[in-house]
Ligand binder design. Structure first.
Ligand SMILES: Nc1nc2c(ncn2[C@@H]2O[C@H](COP(=O)(O)OP(=O)(O)O)[C@@H](O)[C@H]2O)c(=O)[nH]1
Ligand SMILES: [Mg+2]
Ligand SMILES: [Zn+2]
Length: 338
């Protein structure tokens, strides 16, 4: 995403417009609460957020068009909230419950903005085409570690590979299951692997991430046979029509659990705000840090390097170390050290 540089004046102006908008919205929410006989507070799940408009699912699975009280912060897709009905299909969100995880992305001003909450699983989608990049894969996995959610690798379009190509890719990705990341092989053209993937998604709140062209949109379609119906239901609830498909949406999976989908979420990348996140993002490297002979070891040619030793024993894959060092170098160029 290109970073637009705004002058202080422009930023102040944007802030002022946003504050005014917030006040107006809070007024609307307050009016809604006072005008009508207010119902009991009840728990709900934010299934779509489009600007200030929220679609909140109640415990019976009904979807309500809600606004949020402004002082509570910004509810996002996946948030568990407390809300009150104010009309036949309208309500006001009065509290956001603590998030177990949050997926965030920096906005125009560099402040991170949450995109989705309470995910339990990140699904990294790869394919033989476009050429898989373990550098990108390792960043997604580090992001999952940073959020404290499980990660799963789904390798799609396997129908494109004959036996030798398949063996080569299996070999290349072999380090991942070894360090505890499950791997599923898929072909949407041919149906291979969809059932095992659906099994791993059941009961979880997952998102799909990965390079453009690996088949994420196709996978969403395959996993959600009633996608059109769900989109219709959610866009009707927010009163915004079908252009809400650009908003992050939380779809119900047929076997329970949710799939959060939006173009913004799919293209999310690791941002290394905190250098500690780099080390803790590599579960195979983290336990080795601090065990080199020299405290300032660069894990390059130094004697007594614990990381190099782990490569010799096969406990650490050289490509993982190379990707780690690459990210560490990028971090250092920005003036920080892990
Ligand atoms: N051969 C093959 N093509 C696939 C498979 N899954 C998706 N595609 C194709 O890959 C292209 C990109 O898919 P898309 O879902 O748009 O990828 P996205 O950019 O990750 O959302 C489309 O032309 C799909 O039809 C598959 O399993 N095998
Ligand atoms: Mg797509
Ligand atoms: Zn070292």
């Amino acid at each position: 995403m290109p970073v637009r540089r705004l002058s202080e004046r422009q930023k102040a102006r944007i802030q002022q417009i946003q504050d005014q908008r917030r006040q107006r919205l809070d007024q609307r929410a307050l009016e809604a609460l006072t005008e009508i006989e207010v119902d009991q507070p009840q728990p709900g799940l934010v299934v779509v957020r489009h600007g200030a408009d929220l679609a909140v699912e109640d415990q019976e699975g009904r979807v309500w068009h809600c606004l949020a009280r402004q002082h509570i912060g910004h509810p996002v897709c996946g948030d568990r909230v407390v809300w009150q009905a104010t009309g036949p299909d309208r309500g006001v969100v009065t509290a956001i419950q603590d998030r177990t995880s949050r997926l965030a992305r920096p906005d125009y001003s560099g402040r991170t903005k949450p995109l989705a909450a309470n995910l339990t699983q990140l699904v990294v989608v790869l394919a033989p085409q476009p050429e898989p990049s373990t550098y990108l894969l390792d960043q997604y996995l580090a992001a999952a570690e940073g959020m404290g959610v499980a990660a799963l690798i789904a390798c799609n379009k396997m129908d494109l590979l004959a036996a030798p190509g398949r063996a080569a890719l299996t070999e290349r990705l072999a380090p991942y299951p070894r360090i505890g990341y499950p791997l599923v092989w898929l072909s949407l053209h041919g149906g291979e692997g969809l059932a095992p993937l659906a099994e791993r998604l059941a009961g979880e709140t997952s998102i799909l991430v990965g390079q453009s062209g690996v088949g994420k949109s196709s996978l969403v379609q395959a996993l959600l046979p009633d996608l059109e119906i769900q989109i219709g239901r959610l866009s009707q609830a927010t009163g915004l029509g079908r252009h809400t498909t650009s908003a992050a949406s939380c779809y119900r999976l047929p076997r329970g659990g949710y799939l959060i989908d939006s173009p913004g979420v799919r293209s999310f990348r690791l941002s290394l705000d905190d250098p500690d996140d780099l080390v803790s993002g590599f579960r195979d490297i983290a336990p080795l840090i601090g065990h080199c002979r020299f405290a300032n070891c660069r894990h390059d040619r130094e004697p007594g390097c614990a990381l190099k030793a782990a490569i010799t024993t096969g406990a650490l894959h050289p490509e993982r170390l190379a990707n780690f060092l690459h990210l560490a170098a990028a971090l250092e160029r920005s003036g920080r050290r892990y």
